[in-house]
Design a binder for this molecule. Structure first.
Ligand code: C2E
Ligand code: CA
Ligand code: CA
Length: 755
């Protein structure tokens, strides 16, 4: 406030004047300022928005209404009051005085924000401005302008506080904050520096580019952010930033453009270090991937295990099936075995009973299978059995059962037949199936079968009985000449019974002395003399009478009884020859039959040697008759054995020659000296040209091999003459002599027909 014109000398004269100031001024027009000026001045004072006070001699002189109101005076009662009343204390008053005095005295305006006191004792902040009217005499008058700044100060304090708070927040924020003005860092807080590895203040002034790993990264981010930010929206991204030392840090970036910046591109960026979070996230992802991998592996393991388990189950099922199959089937042919046959037959019978149906049980036995087995060996026999199984199987319906009981025994169950003729037709079919020869290796085998048939319900209604009946019928078929089938009948049963009966009685026959020997001479027509004899066994059972060796020898052979019987025959034949020798009879060799089983027995050679020694017989007076069957089984072994016997001097001959499978050439290697042409060839010699041809060939080849030859079973002169014509001069047969007991010496040593 300018000093000129306000407090005049006249005004300062009296308090009353001063009190009535404005009115009196108007009264004094002329020397005093014009009333217009006063009025204007007063209007200014009255309407001024600040408090205005005029003091003189440290006393309040005049104040405008704002001042009066500000300090809470009532009307004019402030006039004359000491300045001190405006201050809270003496000290405040003195302090302001001390500060203001020199300034005012220097003619300078004094400014201060000080605390002042209202009349009601309340203290408030006031901005004082003072100027001395006359600096040379300050006590003469000073003009004070007072503004109540309590509200302003409060606002100011609040503002400062806010700033402080902001600063504090800025500096202590857990996030990095960066103000970027036109791409240059204008502010960066502590945290930001920390994140980026800068020292205090080091980031300021830097280009935003400095915090990127590459310019490409910068451009990429800028492009991304710019549009969003210009729209006034918050931009957020995660970004790999470059630190001061070149290392990188993952940050979550949130940007906001300062709207007040006008056209400028000012952005506040908030940085959160998410390296740790990302690491954890990555670890989490990694862990998850590993977990997934493990789950996959485990799943794979499980599925493998599962597959293995299923395989195992499958294998076990297969194994069980195999075991079941093995337990119920014949290993060689794969046909059902006895156990399965029994099951099937029982089921079939039960069904037949329910349906009032019929069925047939067939018992099959191969003819002369033993011969094949013994002659050609088990391998060949096995092959034959397999082929037989196939042929039988092929001859019946799929629903029928073909089983192998073992050996060469088969059983066929015809599950559903109309009558006996059906079974007969099937049996015929099976017999016919055997007609084509079976090729096994180089052999062409001619197999045949004998079939016995039992029928349900005629022959029995129970499995065992039916099998038994079929078995009996089969034996009958065999007896009937093989290669045929027979239905069961009571008579057949008797034949089977006899078979069993014989076997049973044979066991005791030897001990009971039921055996005897007969001798049949062999004649040499060229020499017109007996050249030897064959010992043949006889069995007389006290109940059954004479039993033919043709009947019991095969049974003995099957049951191993042949061993002691054969030994008995050999011993007694040698004893008899010795007796004859002692009686002065001519020295003649005796031929003894040796069954294949006997020949194969390991003690044969030793046994023969012992008997010869015991009876004092020279080996040359013993001739052993062997069948081709006995030799063919294991030719090497047979050969060795024959060599041994031959070396001892024992004579060896082949019995029933022509019925076996050996060829003449094969015989050449055996040290045999004699062939016996089988009775069957001799029998039809006069009526069958084929037989004559076979005999002729046999004789011719025997000659070529330098073997002796003898014909057996010669019954007629026709046969004799035919043989003679073919070059055979030795004979054995009823034409000359029947086998006779030893006592009948004349019949043996001087047979008829020798002339
Ligand atoms: P085999 O070795 O071929 O014996 C000859 C058989 O023919 C004898 O029958 C004999 O009585 C018979 N026979 C002789 N001449 C004639 C004839 O002109 N016409 C007819 N139809 N038959 C004649 P047997 O004694 O009944 O013997 C039968 C078979 O029993 C023998 O055939 C032989 O294989 C075997 N056998 C006999 N005795 C023994 C023995 O002591 N040991 C061994 N292992 N087998 C024996
Ligand atoms: Ca014989
Ligand atoms: Ca014979």
């Amino acid at each position: 406030m300018s000093a000129d014109g306000l407090p005049t000398a006249e005004e300062r004269r009296t308090g009353a004047d001063r009190r009535q100031g404005p009115r009196r001024q108007t009264d004094r027009a002329g020397a005093l300022p014009s009333s217009d000026v006063l009025r204007d001045l007063r209007a200014i004072l009255e309407n001024a928005t600040v408090g205005i006070l005029f003091t003189r001699n440290r006393k309040l002189e005049r104040a405008n209404p704002v001042f009066v109101q500000m300090f809470g005076f009532a009307g004019d009662n402030y006039v004359g009051q000491p300045g001190r009343v405006l201050y809270p204390s003496d000290a405040d008053y003195e302090a302001v005085g001390a500060r203001a005095g020199p300034v005012l005295a220097a003619g300078q305006p004094f400014h201060a924000d000080v605390q002042m006191r209202r009349q009601d004792g309340g203290v408030f902040w006031c901005r004082l401005s003072a100027k001395a009217v006359d600096p040379r005499q300050p006590q003469e008058g000073t003009i004070w302008i007072a503004e109540d700044i309590t509200a302003w100060r409060a606002a100011d304090r609040r503002l400062r506080q806010a700033l402080t708070d902001q600063e504090m927040i800025f500096n202590n924020a857990a996030v990095g904050i960066m103000y970027v003005r036109e791409r240059i860092v204008a502010r960066a807080n502590r945290k930001l520096e920390e994140i980026f590895g800068y020292g205090p203040g080091e980031m300021l002034g830097r280009s935003a580019l400095d915090f990127h790993t590459s310019e490409a990264s910068f451009r990429h981010l800028a492009t991304l952010a710019r549009e969003t930010l210009w729209r006034g929206e918050t931009f957020t991204t995660e970004w790999e930033a470059r630190r001061k030392d070149g290392s990188t840090v993952w940050v979550r970036l949130t940007g906001h453009r300062e709207a007040d910046a006008g056209e400028r591109f000012d952005v506040v960026w908030i940085f959160e270090d998410i390296t740790e979070r990302r690491r954890m996230q990555e670890e989490l992802l990694q862990a998850r991937a590993e977990l997934e991998q493990r789950v996959l592996e485990r799943t794979a393991e499980l599925s493998t295990a599962n597959a293995q388990l299923q395989d195992e189950i499958f294998e076990r099922m297969q194994a069980e099936q195999r075991i079941w199959h093995i337990a119920h089937h014949d290993a060689l042919t794969g046909l059902p075995n006895r156990a399965l046959l029994h099951d099937r037959l029982q089921q079939a019978l039960a069904q037949a009973q329910r349906n009032r149906g019929r069925l047939a049980v067939m018992f099959l036995d191969l003819d002369r299978f033993k011969v094949i087995n013994d002659t050609l060996g088990h391998e060949v026999g096995d092959e034959l059995l397999k082929e037989v199984a196939l042929r039988v199987r092929a001859a019946v319906r799929a629903s029928d059962t073909v089983a192998r009981l073992g050996g060469d025994e088969f059983v066929v169950v015809l599950h559903d037949i109309e009558d006996a003729n059906d079974a007969g037709r099937v049996a015929e079919k099976i017999v016919a199936a055997f007609v084509p020869p079976v090729k096994v290796g180089k052999h062409e085998l001619r197999a045949s079968t004998s079939i016995g048939i039992g029928l349900y319900p005629e022959d029995g209604d129970e499995a065992y009985a039916l099998m038994k009946r079929a078995d009996t019928a089969m034996y009958h078929a065999k007896r009937g000449g093989r290669n045929q089938f027979h239905f069961f009948s009571a008579r057949m049963s008797a034949a089977a019974q006899r078979q069993f009966h014989i076997e049973h009685r044979l066991v005791a026959a030897l001990e009971k002395g039921q055996f005897s020997l007969v001798f049949q001479p062999q004649v040499d027509l060229a020499a017109r003399a007996v050249c030897g004899m064959e010992a043949l066994v006889r069995w007389r059972d006290p109940d059954e009478g004479d039993i033919s060796p043709a009947e019991f020898i095969p049974i003995a052979e099957e049951t191993d009884l042949i061993q002691p019987i054969g030994e008995w025959v050999l011993l007694n034949a040698m004893r008899q020859n010795r007796r004859w020798q002692e009686a002065g009879r001519p020295l003649l060799p005796i031929a003894v039959n040796l069954s294949p089983r006997q020949f194969r027995h390991k003690d044969l050679v030793a046994g023969v040697r012992a008997i010869l020694a015991e009876t004092g017989q020279p080996a040359r007076l013993l001739e052993l008759e062997l069948t081709e069957t006995a030799l063919a089984h294991d030719p090497d072994e047979a050969c060795a054995r024959l060599e041994e016997l031959s070396a001892m001097g024992v004579r060896l001959s082949i019995d029933d020659f022509g019925t076996g499978y050996s060829s003449l050439v094969a015989l050449k290697r055996f040290p045999v000296g004699k062939l016996k042409i089988d009775r069957s060839f001799v029998r039809d010699l006069c009526i069958d040209r084929n037989d004559a041809a076979i005999v002729a060939a046999t004789i011719g080849l025997a000659r070529g091999l330098e073997l002796d030859i003898i014909a057996e079973g010669v019954e007629t002169e026709c046969q004799r003459d035919a043989l003679l014509a073919l070059g055979c001069q030795r004979f054995q047969g009823y034409l000359f002599a029947k086998p006779q007991p030893a006592e009948n010496e004349a019949g043996i040593f001087m047979p008829e027909g020798l002339g």
